[in-house]
Design a protein around this ligand. Structure first.
Ligand SMILES: Nc1ncnc2c1ncn2[C@@H]1O[C@H](COP(=O)(O)OP(=O)(O)OP(=O)(O)O)[C@@H](O)[C@H]1O
Length: 342
């Protein structure tokens, strides 16, 4: 029997029409991604195979002088290109203009036109971003309000306190309403009250949905602001995570320390009697009874406490004490409340 075309193609009436499944949304690329990034300035290796991902919230970037923080931030902002590896913002190369529209940057230096008022300076920056005069005015007032400077913005920049200067830098970084804010050393040189106010401002911006990446020499200052920290040492990421995760990591991280000390054999014996010490190598004599010991300790923090006690009890003459592992060295320095240099 012949079938008509409509019989052949029409779905059987008894079956419900099942709609196709909705397309699975593609995962959004991370807000900021460093993939195996290295950067040389001539012969100086400033960043060494850094891999890092930021998805939101506030991240503290901590490291001693020269650790590579500014280099990392300037790459995230698209001002510098990596020598090796890739830096991307939402999947776009960070130096591409489309990525730069997603990022606001506050440099560590204060390079202002000092005779301009704060309001005028921000307006000029808006014009340089390409906004019309009226749009620049609208955006300037909006960002001055956001950073709490509306009433103080008519004074000349040269009379501003460090905290006010920081707020103006923040205002210009917010002009294009970026998703990611990069702040290079925003707390340096700011007194405790100004510092507290800035921390509150950063928290308010994060609560409004901004992602903040903030560098500092001092872990203590950032600890008040965020639990998510990246510790850098000599161009490498030494640790990433919450402070608790970093402390736990260090607890499980044996440490090699070089100690130049008098009476080396006696000290080696004392150390080996403690459960904290896994091994001690005595190196050849340096001078006058002093020799270098290379000690492998189970837990760095407990080891330093123990060694401090031993040194006092036995009146040891310690000429040098130097962790041989750079990452643990830096992390330990911060966790003990220093500058990353133990
Ligand atoms: N333009 C440059 N030319 C040559 N070397 C540079 C340049 N900029 C930085 N460096 C070197 O690269 C390394 C990392 O510097 P970077 O400024 O990124 O560190 P940092 O952690 O921000 O330090 P600081 O806290 O002192 O600003 C340092 O050894 C520094 O001397």
């Amino acid at each position: 029997m012949m079938r008509t075309e409509s019989e052949l193609v029409a779905p059987p009436r008894t079956h419900a029409v099942v709609p196709p499944p909705p397309p699975v949304p593609a995962a959004r690329p991370p807000l900021l991604l460093f993939e195996q990034v290295s950067k040389w300035y001539g012969t100086v290796l400033a960043l060494n195979q850094v891999t890092l991902e930021l998805t939101g919230g506030i991240t503290g970037l901590v490291g001693a002088n020269g650790a590579g923080k500014s280099t990392l931030l300037r790459m995230a902002n698209g001002q510098l290109k990596p020598t090796l590896g890739r830096v991307s913002v939402r999947g776009i190369d960070s130096w591409d203009w489309r990525a730069r529209r997603l990022v606001g940057y506050c440099p560590d230096i204060d390079a202002f036109y000092e005779d301009l008022s704060g309001r005028r300076f921000v307006w000029v920056m808006a014009r340089l971003c390409g906004y019309t005069r009226s749009e620049s005015t609208r955006r300037t007032e909006a960002v001055l309000g956001r950073v709490g400077m509306t009433d103080r913005a008519d004074r000349k920049l040269r009379g501003y306190s460090k905290g006010m200067r920081q707020r103006i830098k923040l205002a210009q970084a917010l002009l294009h309403d970026p998703e990611l804010l990069i702040l290079d050393e925003p707390l340096s040189g700011i007194d405790p009250i100004g510092r507290q106010e800035l921390l509150e401002l950063f928290q308010a911006l994060a609560a409004q949905g901004k992602c903040l990446l903030i560098s500092s020499h001092e872990l203590e200052a950032l600890e008040k602001l965020t639990n998510h920290v990246v510790i850098m040492a000599r161009g490498r990421v030494a640790a990433v995570g919450t402070l608790q995760q970093i402390r736990d990591l260090l607890d499980d991280h044996p440490l090699s320390v070089r100690i130049d000390v008098d009476r080396p054999r006696e000290v080696a014996r004392l150390l080996l009697e403690t459960p904290e010490v896994l091994a001690v190598d005595v190196e050849p004599k340096l001078a006058d009874g002093v020799a270098a010991l290379v000690v492998k300790a189970r837990n760095p923090k407990r080891f330093f406490e123990l060694f401090g006690r031993l040194a006092v009890e036995h009146r040891l003459e310690v000429q040098r004490l130097e962790p041989l592992d750079e990452s643990a060295h830096a992390i330990l320095g911060y966790l003990l409340g220093g500058s990353g240099k133990t």
